[in-house]
Design a protein around this ligand. Structure first.
Ligand SMILES: [Zn+2]
Length: 277
C-alpha cells in the first residue's frame, strides 16, 4: 500500500504537469472508482472545465484544489496508481479514470483492486474535510517535534506499531515505515506506546523523519508484490534499503541475527529481537 513517501513521490512528479491546467474531458470506465458520486456522469460533469491549482498531499491522500472551490481527492488504497501519460501511451489494464488536460497530457487513475477512489470534495482545506479532517500531524512538518510525538504516544496502551499506523495519531505511516522507524530507533514495536522514555521518543521521532525522507529521495518502496509504481510507471528504489520490512528470516543488516516476523494484534510485524528492545 502506498504510504507517505510513495504518495509524496507521485505528487512531486505530477505537480508540474497538472498545475494551472484545465481538465478538458474525463472518462470513467469503472463506477466503483468514483463511488462517492451518484454516478460516473455526475463526477464527469463536476470535473470537466475545472482548472487544477496545484497538487497537495495529506497523509496518504492527494488533494488537487480546483478553481470552483472544490478539490479532487485521490486515494490510492492498496494498489492504486496515478500516472501522467501522453494520449498515445498504451493504456494500462485497470485504468478506471482518465482526465485529459489542456496541455495534452492525461492523468490516469489505475487500480487493480479498486480499494482506492477518486472524488470531488468540498473546499480546499483538508482540516475542514470530513474525509481528512481527523488526520493527525504530518510527520515531516516543522511543527512535528519530539514533544508533539510525546503527546501522541502519551497514555496509549496500544502497541507502538499500532499507534504509528493510526492515521488519527500521525498521518501517512503504514506498515512499511512503522516497521522501519521502530528498527532505526532500536525500539521493539510490540511495546505499548506509553512505555517509551523521553530519550526513546526523541530517537523514534528522528527515525520517523529519517526513514520517510530517505524513502522519498529513493522514490518510495516497491515491495515484493510490486504494486506501487511512481507517476512514470517505474518502481521505487527504497526496498533495497529496508532493514526489516519483508526481510523475515534474512540476517539483520546490523547484527546478523534472523529478522523476525510475527502476527501481533491483527497486524504483521517485522523486527530484530536482538537490535530492538
Ligand atoms: Zn539486529
Amino acid at each position: 500500500m502506498p504510504e507517505l513517501p510513495e504518495v509524496e513521490t507521485i505528487r512531486r512528479q505530477i505537480v508540474h504537469h497538472v498545475q494551472r491546467q484545465t481538465i478538458v474531458s474525463a472518462h470513467v470506465t469503472r463506477d466503483r472508482a468514483v463511488r462517492a458520486h451518484a454516478c460516473p456522469d455526475e463526477f464527469v460533469q463536476r470535473v470537466v472545465g475545472r482548472t487544477i491549482y496545484t497538487v497537495c498531499r495529506r497523509g496518504k491522500a492527494l488533494l488537487l484544489p480546483l478553481d470552483d472551490g472544490n478539490s479532487l481527492l485521490v486515494r490510492l488504497g492498496m494498489s492504486g496508481r496515478l500516472l501522467v501519460a501522453d494520449p498515445h501511451d498504451p493504456v494500462a489494464p485497470h485504468t478506471h479514470v482518465v482526465l485529459m488536460l489542456a496541455n495534452g497530457k492525461e492523468l490516469r487513475y489505475v487500480d487493480p483492486r479498486t480499494f482506492g477512489q477518486v472524488a470531488i470534495v468540498e473546499g480546499h482545506d483538508p482540516c475542514s474535510m470530513g474525509e481528512l479532517g481527523h488526520y493527525g500531524p504530518e510527520p515531516l512538518d516543522d511543527a512535528f517535534t519530539p514533544e508533539m510525538l510525546q503527546q501522541v504516544l502519551a497514555g496509549k496502551q496500544a502497541s507502538i506499531q499500532a499507534v504509528l499506523m493510526d492515521q488519527r495519531a500521525i498521518a501517512g505511516i503504514g506498515k512499511i515505515y512503522a516497521d522501519e522507524a521502530c528498527f532505526l530507533a532500536g525500539i521493539s514495536p510490540l511495546r505499548s506506546a506509553a512505555s517509551l522514555t523521553p530519550e526513546e521518543v526523541v530517537r523514534l521521532h528522528a527515525a520517523i523523519r529519517d526513514v520517510l525522507t530517505r524513502s522519498i529521495e529513493a522514490r518510495g518502496t516497491s515491495s515484493q508484490d510490486a504494486a506501487y509504481r511512481d507517476a512514470h510507471d517505474n518502481t521505487g528504489d527504497f526496498q533495497h534499503q529496508l532493514y526489516v520490512y519483508q526481510r523475515a528470516g534474512l540476517p539483520c543488516r546490523v547484527c546478523g541475527m534472523p529478522v523476525e516476523y510475527r502476527p501481533f494484534q491483527g497486524r504483521r510485524i517485522h523486527f530484530c529481537p536482538h537490535c530492538q528492545r
